[in-house]
Ligand binder design. Structure first.
Ligand SMILES: NC(=O)c1ccc[n+]([C@@H]2O[C@H](COP(=O)([O-])OP(=O)(O)OC[C@H]3O[C@@H](n4cnc5c(N)ncnc54)[C@H](O)[C@@H]3O)[C@@H](O)[C@H]2O)c1
Length: 243
């Protein structure tokens, strides 16, 4: 029984679809869910405390228990620091850091009671481990969520809960497609050159990761093979942080 946030698009949609294909019940949470989204749809704004509380309650109401929480919802904002919009900063911290905290807090009793041991999985980023210019809010929040996961791992050890932060490099999703357009504007380059010279520049392997590859790693972490992974970044970054 799983709750996946940001399940209406990109990585979250691939994770929810993978869980459903593997036979799990999934509450798919997002601001907007397409009609063909996998799992049981639950509309919520996760930038509010009420939205996070209601999402956990909806999973418990639907399934009677909650074994896996995947905190994935997010967005990006690209801006030089001097112009960085303060409301966008608050929004990034709220969805990328505070929502995972609230989901863990509200879901903790259910994860503690999960028969095979609860799993808390944050979709962080290579930006939890390394910075890029113009991404102050995103990089700060992603470093923060890795700290949250480490803390949850220590608190969860005694009650069978593991906590991990999956740290992908660039994945082919609408979020990256929007960044290509934003970076083209900031750098004054064509979108083709941005993909080659800016987006994939930190990757040793010059290939976008597919959402299904992230879902595969999450399925492993959520399954029996993942039980020894806790308090760590699970890095899949095409060699980015090897430098
Ligand atoms: N795409 C990448 O290259 C990449 C790389 C590393 C990490 N990530 C992380 O993976 C996660 C998913 O990213 P994606 O690329 O699939 O993006 P995406 O834009 O395709 O999907 C993100 C989803 O989050 C939802 N969301 C945003 N704000 C919300 C809110 N307030 N309440 C509820 N839902 C909200 C959106 O509606 C959207 O459906 C994010 O946390 C992102 O930082 C992405």
């Amino acid at each position: 029984m799983a709750l996946v946030t940001g399940a209406g698009s990109g990585i979250g949609r691939a994770i929810a679809g993978r869980f459903v294909a593997d036979g799990a019940e999934v509450l798919s949470v997002d601001l907007v869910l397409p009609v063909d989204a996998p799992g049981t749809p639950h509309q919520a704004d996760l930038s509010s405390r009420e939205g996070n509380r209601a999402a956990v309650q909806a999973a418990l109401d639907a399934f009677g228990r909650l074994d896996i929480v995947v905190a994935n919802a997010g967005f990006q904002h690209v801006s030089p620091i001097a112009d960085f919009d303060e409301d966008r900063w608050d929004g990034l911290l709220s969805i990328l850091l505070t929502s995972p905290f609230l989901l863990a807090k509200y879901g903790w009793p259910a994860l503690t009671a999960a028969p095979g041991g609860g799993r808390f999985i944050a979709i962080a980023s290579a930006h939890a481990l390394a910075a890029s210019p113009y991404k102050a809010g995103y990089v700060s929040a992603k470093h923060g969520v890795l700290g949250l996961v480490k803390t949850l791992a220590l608190e969860g050890a005694a009650v069978g809960i593991t906590a991990t932060a999956v740290c992908p490099g660039y994945v082919r999703t609408p979020l990256v497609e929007r960044q290509i357009a934003d970076q083209a504007r900031v750098h004054g380059l064509s979108e083709e050159r941005v993909l080659e010279e800016v987006i994939l520049a930190p990757h040793a392997v010059k290939r976008l990761i597919e959402p299904a590859e992230v879902a595969e790693v999450v399925a492993f972490l959520a399954g029996p093979g993942g039980r020894s992974f806790t308090g760590v970044p699970v890095t899949m970054d095409q060699g980015w942080t090897a430098r």
